[in-house]
Design a protein around this ligand. Structure first.
Ligand code: NAD
Length: 290
């Protein structure tokens, strides 16, 4: 019988740890960790995500400053805001909510964020640090995946891991983190041939394709651990919307442990963002700005 890895409970516990770390940082340094959140335009999903992130920062005792910019904001104006936030010693983390409007190149914006304040872990310096195993800030969803895996796996050395999806925000960083733990990692993607057979060999499966029920029960080796990152909103015949993962969860009773959708990876992302902001606050002490 598959054990359910409860992302909601783990996220709560991680956020409680973060709240204690925020209080300790405040007491020790007389500074409250602060996250600046930048939202350009009024994309409905982004507005919901930003509201959630801001509410959670308050819950753990952090400060958050929201910068809501008009959808027509120019790239130079956004870059000027990033420069000001980089230079502000009271801001420890900077998050620019994606997607950005078409007149703005997201690469230019992410590159402009001070790597020490890059709580999303998307800056090339942090990507390089992750791939060389030399610290840095790690993207939140992959960090959440590893935290979830850590609850059921004590020793990763030599395990076969298959990552489905090679995006910069999930697949590649997850693969790097598993490689760092000395798993033998196979990264697969839309052009991979024989995906089912590759997955069949895996002790760890991380599915991040965004393809509902792509991974079937027959693909999963008995005793494997399965992390389902995929979230797709589907509308049932009766018109009701629900979130569906990349894994046919009802078919994987022979797995050792697995995350559900919803309630698995999803809640971990914001919890890891908060943890990264505290890390960034500590980094600011090592390399003060302003
Ligand atoms: P993406 O579209 O950038 O990348 C998807 C990757 O999956 C690509 O590399 C593609 O080649 C691969 N892929 C797609 N279909 C495939 C198939 N049929 N077989 C094999 N590989 C396939 O997506 P992303 O941003 O990495 O997100 C992936 C999923 O994870 C989405 O469902 C997204 O909503 C979800 N997600 C969840 C969280 C969270 O829980 N907080 C965060 C980020 C992404």
């Amino acid at each position: 019988m598959v054990a359910i890895i409860d992302g909601r409970a783990l996220a709560r516990s991680l956020s409680d740890d973060t709240a204690r770390a925020v209080a300790a940082f405040r007491d020790r340094h007389a500074v409250v960790p602060c996250l600046a959140v930048v939202l350009v335009g009024e994309d409905a999903a982004s507005t919901v995500y930003v509201a959630r992130k801001v509410a959670e920062t308050a819950r753990v005792g952090m400060i958050s400053v929201e910068h809501r910019l008009d959808a027509g904001t120019s790239q130079p104006d956004l870059l000027a805001l990033i420069a000001a936030l980089n230079a502000d010693p009271q801001v420890h983390g900077i998050l620019v909510q994606l997607p950005l409007p078409p007149q703005i190149d997201p690469g230019r914006v992410l590159d402009a964020i001070d790597p020490a304040k890059d709580v999303d872990g998307f800056h090339p310096v942090n990507v390089g640090r992750l791939s060389t195993g030399t610290g840095g800030l790690v993207p939140c969803t992959p960090l959440g995946c590893l935290e979830l895996l850590d609850t059921v796996i004590a020793d990763y050395r030599g395990l076969d891991a298959v990552v489905i999806g090679k995006s910069n925000i999930v697949g590649k960083p997850v693969a790097m983190m598993l490689l760092e733990r000395e798993c033998t990692v196979t990264v697969t993607h839309i052009a991979t041939r024989g995906l089912a057979d590759i997955v069949r060999s895996a002790d760890i499966v991380v599915a991040a394709a965004g393809s509902p029920r792509l991974v079937r029960g027959a693909w999963i080796k008995p005793g494997a651990v399965v992390i389902d990152v995929g979230i797709t909103r589907v509308v049932d015949a009766d018109g009701r919307a629900r979130l569906v993962g990349d894994v046919a969860f009802d078919e994987i009773g022979h797995a050792r442990a697995a995350t559900p959708v919803p309630g698995g990876v999803g809640p971990m992302t914001i919890a890891c963002l908060l943890a990264n902001t505290v890390r960034a606050a500590h980094l600011s002490l090592a390399a003060p700005h302003g």
